[in-house]
Design a protein around this ligand. Structure first.
Ligand code: ACO
Length: 348
């Protein structure tokens, strides 16, 4: 038995915002953002778009590909996606920006939008490691029950609505987007998802937080929500230097562990697909491990940091552009709030 990826998809909002566009509203520069993060632009959702909207588009693209359609005609895509959607047994959706907090899950809203009427559905919160955690979770659901054959993993984020746009040290780093993969349990003796490593260091949970609005610091009667003051809004707060140090160590340690667990060398690996948080993190890991930077797939320049969605967005780009060949070994590496980290070895 193998758990294989049979379709990939992505979706971003149409509104592309460059670094230079941001300088009209924020005290920053294209030079600062590029030199500190590698980011050149990001896509920003309009006020009517929530995470489930992007999730549905990415999911339809992945489902249609799984059904054999990879073209641009939306009517044909939707028809192909709708048929196979009914064969999905489980939907696992990773997000830190759900449509609603607590209930309903964004996965249930997605299930309705794509007509996956036979699927169970739930959300995962593992921040930027969401894809790594979700893939392993979905594969586990397929492995444990002979009746289940297909799973849909979707990572969707509308971070732009939960960013403090007056905090220039975080707001320039993030973008909106969604990525999806369809998993199928096949009779192959090997291939697909080969190994997963999951880790967390909860002692550092304060390094990256959305403090307000939960049961620890609920909003109080009469409190005025102020989206430019993190004391009075649910927004991303980050200790950049601490997260940076954690990220470099996580990426290097996770790559080293995966190579050991898989009993492979870096020469066996076609691509490393890291969470796209900051190109400097990837460069530092590349230097430390003496792995050529070309081995790492990077598209942060265009999309910025889309949290859990960044790895499946990258996989879809690589897949559709023909970069990934059947049998290629790839490592996916995630890290983020929690703090969480992890990685997968996938045989394409
Ligand atoms: N434009 C211009 N100047 C800025 C900006 C900006 N957007 N943001 C900060 N600065 C200034 C600061 O005010 C500071 O000025 P000062 O020295 O006069 O006080 C100076 O730039 C340096 O600021 P630092 O915060 O020290 O900059 P640093 O070199 O640490 O880079 C960064 C900041 C890019 C956030 C870095 O710490 C980093 O990459 N951290 C990891 C972030 C990350 O990976 N997050 C995501 C992981 S988890 C997830 O994906 C949700």
């Amino acid at each position: 038995m193998a758990i294989e990826i049979i379709g990939t998809g992505k979706a971003v909002p149409p509104n592309k915002v460059t670094n230079n566009d941001l300088t009209a509203k924020i005290d920053t520069s294209d030079e600062w953002i590029r030199s500190h993060s590698g980011i050149g632009s990001r896509y920003i959702a309009d006020e009517n778009t929530a995470s489930s909207d992007l999730a549905a588009e990415a999911a339809k693209n992945a489902l249609a590909m799984a059904a054999g359609y990879s073209g641009d005609d939306l009517a044909q895509r939707d028809k192909a996606a709708a048929e196979i959607a009914q064969t999905i047994d489980i939907i696992v959706l990773a997000t830190v920006t759900p449509d609603f907090y607590g209930t309903p899950s964004t996965a249930c809203i997605l299930q309705d939008k794509i007509g996956a009427i036979n699927a169970g559905a739930f959300d995962i919160t593992a921040t930027c490691s969401g894809f790594i955690y979700s893939l392993e979770t979905a594969a586990g659901f397929l492995s444990i029950n002979a009746q289940r054959k297909r799973a849909l993993v979707v990572c969707a984020e509308v971070l732009s609505k939960l960013i403090n746009w007056s905090d220039r040290s975080t707001c320039v780093l993030f973008g909106d987007g969604a990525g999806a993969v369809v998993l199928e349990k096949t009779g192959a003796s090997s291939g697909g998802l080969m190994h997963t490593l999951l880790g967390a260091d909860g002692s550092r949970h304060e390094s990256l937080m959305m403090k307000r609005g939960g049961t620890r610091f609920p909003y109080k009667d009469g409190e005025v929500i102020n989206k430019t003051d993190s004391a009075h809004c649910t927004c991303v707060e980050m200790n950049g230097q601490e997260v940076y140090n954690f990220a470099v160590k996580s990426v290097t340690d996770t790559i080293t562990s995966l190579l050991k667990t898989g009993n492979i060398t870096i020469d066996d690996v076609a691509y490393i697909v890291p969470h796209q948080a900051n190109s400097r993190i990837v460069q530092a890991a590349s230097n430390r491990l003496h792995i050529p930077i070309e081995k790492f797939f990077l598209n942060i320049e265009e999309y910025a940091n889309t949290s859990s969605a960044s790895i499946p967005i990258a996989l879809d780009e690589m897949n559709r552009s023909g970069k990934l060949k059947k049998g290629d070994l790839i490592l996916t590496i995630g890290f983020g709030g929690g703090l969480t980290y992890g990685g997968n070895i996938i045989k394409w």
